[in-house]
Design a protein around this ligand. Sequence first.
Ligand SMILES: NC(=O)c1ccc[n+]([C@@H]2O[C@H](COP(=O)([O-])OP(=O)(O)OC[C@H]3O[C@@H](n4cnc5c(N)ncnc54)[C@H](O)[C@@H]3O)[C@@H](O)[C@H]2O)c1
Length: 422
Amino acid sequence: MRISVIGLGYMGLPMAAVLARAGHEVVGVDINPKAVDAVNAGKCHFAEPGVPEIVAEAHKSGRLRAVAKPEAAEAFILSLPTPVDHTTHKADMSFVEAGAKAIAPVLKGGELVIMESTSPVGATEANVRDVIEKLRPDLVGMVAYVFCPERAIPGNTLHEMVHNDRLVGGLTEAATARGVELYKTFCKGAVIPTQARVAELVKLVENASRDAQIAFANELSLVCDQLGMDAWDVIALANRHPRVNIFNPGPGVGGHCIAVDPWFIIHAAPKVTPFMKAAREVNDSKPAFVAGKVRESVKRVRGSQGLRVSGSRVKVACLGLAYKPDVDYLRESPSIAVVEELAGDEGLELMIVEPHIESWDKPLTKLDKAIKEADVVVALTGHKVFKELPEGALAGKAVVDSCGVFRRRGDVSSTVSQEVQA
Ligand SMILES: NC(=O)c1ccc[n+]([C@@H]2O[C@H](COP(=O)([O-])OP(=O)(O)OC[C@H]3O[C@@H](n4cnc5c(N)ncnc54)[C@H](O)[C@@H]3O)[C@@H](O)[C@H]2O)c1
């Protein structure tokens, strides 16, 4: 098929390349010239394992190219941003609507239009079909609309995009059947037919459920802190129960999905979602708690004989900006919220370490230098390189470990036995 993927970001570009690998003729569309130029040079404009290789291969095969404005195609896949407005908690559907408006003029009738962007219930109808039909009343009833949520995770996008089970929910049964047929050309997981509204809600539910589970662990970490216990210790012991599986705490919740998608449910049904709202609030409050622990450590370092103080300002190394280990993905990252909360504090000097990116809004410090110079070391992301710091590197330093990356180390005091941690 001739397929156009609108939006060549973290999800759209791998999808375009996967489709090209499956034999389709793919035209990617993006308003960002960097993305278009990269694809036309056979390159990927962001870091994601395996994607540069598959893009290069697809480009070489002649089945993948990119343009700035949509062209006619048999199927369109919208992979556009759907951020949340942090004040109103309403989904910002302007990118999706702009994409729908951009494809409307090239539609002829008979096309399949697939929405992959995570969206509030009813969006395929209201923000895609209705937007197109308003501009093209001649196409009413002539285009097949489908919602197919993307479930892949950064760091393993390529594998999950192909191997995860897929929901294909059409606005009509005929549209669903056409969507299923297309996804079966490259999906190794099950391709499950459903309705658009069901698929829209299921995607949101998946992330709201994970948000709630993480909130439970994060709340537990506050309880353990108040009671003077190690949260990981308590969770590891509770998980020895055959039917208990508690997640691990962290500095909050980040990423494009889990910190955003529950709001689309809460906004649609505010009166019946106090639990989901509380989970969001618990997770959103965690960075401030971690910043508070850092401030306590800074105070302790100042008043302590045993710990090293390098100068008039206490040096604080913040390890990790990414929202999860071993990726360069910073969106909605709670680590950034911690860093920003501390950035204005007098009397401390922040050294920010993120080995997975070249530069950031604030200057970055190399890991070795930060560890050598720091009085306080704050672990914000569980990157492998932090886990592998040599034994003794943290000796004599105050450590705030928000994500459990320094567990099992002899040079960081811990209440947890090795056996429990295993
Ligand atoms: N990234 C993830 O982990 C992930 C996982 C599952 C689902 N999703 C969902 O997938 C969707 C896309 O996410 P993403 O991470 O790929 O976003 P992204 O920001 O990485 O990519 C979106 C791309 O769309 C382009 N764009 C914006 N407006 C456009 C327009 N009018 N026409 C053409 N291109 C336009 C942008 O330039 C950008 O390259 C979102 O709804 C997101 O919630 C993301």
